[in-house]
Design a protein around this ligand. Structure first.
Ligand code: CP
Length: 354
C-alpha cells in the first residue's frame, strides 16, 4: 500500500500505525523486511526525513539505494518522473520519495507497481512527518482527542501543517488556531475540509492572544524556497520568533512546542532546554514511525485498512489546475479532476479548480 496523503487514513488506521511504531520501538525487529531494497529518491534537500528513513530501513533489515539530489541523475538529461519511476520499479521493492512539485507523490503512486511513500511533495503533504508528530503528541498527552492545536508560521506553503491538520481532524479536536499573516494563511481547501467535518477553528495573527488555551504549539519555518516573490519573503521572514521570554510562564504548564525542523530563527535556542521543547524528541520519533510505515507498505506488518469511498474522477485533455507548481504542469499526466460536493479539485495537488 501507498502512503501519499493523510486523507487516505481514518482515525482507527492512524492509531493502528502508531501502535505498530510503538511495538517496533519497544521490540526492534532486524529481520522485518530482510533482503528487501528501498529506494530513497530525494529530488529536494532533506536531513531528517531521508536519514531517518535510511536508519529505519537499516533497523528492520532492508538495504537502501537512491539519491539525495536530482543533479547526478538522468533527470538532468531530461528524463521524466514517469520514466524514472518505471526504472526504479525494476531496482527496488519500495519507493520513498521527496519532490518539489505539488501532487508528485500521487502521480508516482499511480505510475508505480511497487509501494510509494510520500516524503514530502512541494507545499502539498508530508504524511510521514505527520505520523511522527502524532506519535509524539500521543506519547505526551496519552491521547489525540480533546486538544487545542495552534499552527504558527507559514501555513500556506507548510506541507507538514496541511497533513497534520487533515490527520488531527479525524480526532475529537477541541479547536485549531491558524496563526499566520494574511499572505501565509492556511489554504481554503483545508478550511473546506474542516467545515465539512464541523471542526472549530480560528484564523489569528498574534499567537500571544491565544497562548494560554493551547496544548500543542506547532511552529513552522517560513519556506523561503517556495515564495514566488523574494521581497515578500524578506517582509515576512521574521514574523514570528518565540523565545523563553515570550513563552515560559505565559502558556499552560504542559504545553508542548513541536516543529518539523529545520528551524531558521523562529524558535530561539533559549527554549531548547525548557520542558515545552519537544522538537528534537519529535525528530527522533521519526525512526520507529518510518519503520512501521515501511513494514505496513510492504505487507510485513498488519494494518486493518479499509478502502475509502471514491469520489467521481474525470479526465481533461489539458491541465486545468491553476497551481503553477502542480505536477500536471511538468509531467504528462491524465489531468484527473476529482468531483466532491459539487466542486472540482485537482486529483494530484488538491487545489480547487474554478
Ligand atoms: N522535517 C523534515 O522534513 O525535515 P528535512 O527537510 O530535514 O527532511
Amino acid at each position: 500500500m501507498n502512503f501519499v496523503s493523510m486523507k487516505e487514513f481514518d482515525r482507527e488506521e492512524i492509531l493502528e500505525i502508531l501502535k505498530r511504531a510503538e511495538e517496533l520501538e519497544n521490540n526492534p525487529n532486524q529481520d522485518l523486511i530482510k533482503n528487501k531494497i528501498a529506494a530513497t529518491l530525494f529530488f529536494e534537500p532533506s536531513t531528517r526525513t531521508r536519514l531517518s528513513f535510511t536508519s529505519a530501513c537499516f533497523r528492520i533489515g532492508a538495504k537502501v539505494l537512491g539519491f539525495d539530489s536530482p543533479d547526478a541523475t538522468s533527470l538532468k538529461k531530461g528524463e521524466s518522473l514517469r520514466d524514472t519511476t518505471k526504472m526504479i520499479n525494476g531496482y527496488s521493492d519500495i519507493i520513498i520519495m521527496r519532490h518539489l512539485r505539488d501532487g508528485a507523490a500521487k502521480f508516482v503512486g499511480d505510475v508505480s507497481d511497487i509501494p510509494v511513500i510520500n516524503a514530502g511533495d512541494g507545499a502539498n503533504e508530508h504524511p510521514s512527518q505527520t505520523l511522527l508528530d502524532l506519535y509524539t503528541i500521543k506519547k505526551e498527552f496519552g491521547t489525540l482527542d480533546g486538544l487545542v492545536t495552534a499552527f504558527v508560521g507559514d501555513l500556506k506553503y507548510g506541507r507538514t501543517v496541511h497533513s497534520l491538520s487533515k490527520a488531527l481532524s479525524k480526532f475529537k479536536c477541541k479547536k485549531f488556531y491558524f496563526v499566520a499573516p494574511d499572505e501565509l494563511q492556511i489554504t481554503k481547501e483545508i478550511l473546506d475540509e474542516l467545515d465539512e467535518k464541523g471542526i472549530e477553528y480560528e484564523l489569528v495573527k498574534d499567537y500571544k492572544e491565544i497562548l494560554k488555551e493551547v496544548d500543542v504549539l506547532y511552529m513552522t519555518r517560513i519556506q523561503k524556497e517556495r515564495f514566488e516573490e523574494p521581497e515578500l519573503y524578506e517582509k515576512l521572514k521574521n514574523v514570528y520568533i518565540i523565545s523563553k521570554e515570550t513563552i515560559v510562564g505565559k502558556c499552560k504548564e504542559n504545553m508542548i512546542i513541536l516543529h518539523p525542523l529545520p528551524r531558521v530563527n523562529e524558535i530561539n535556542i533559549d527554549l531548547d532546554e525548557t520542558k515545552h521543547a519537544l522538537y528534537f524528541k519529535q525528530a527522533k520519533n521519526g525512526v520507529p514511525v518510518r519503520e512501521a510505515m515501511i513494514g505496513i507498505a510492504l505487507d510485513k506488518l498488519q494494518l486493518n485498512y479499509k478502502e475509502k469511498a471514491k469520489n467521481e474522477i474525470i479526465k481533461s485533455e489539458k491541465p486545468l489546475c491553476s497551481n503553477n507548481n502542480c505536477i500536471t504542469k511538468f509531467e504528462e499526466t491524465d489531468n484527473k479532476i476529482e468531483i466532491k460536493n459539487g466542486k472540482k479539485y485537482c486529483y494530484y495537488c488538491g487545489r480547487e479548480i474554478k
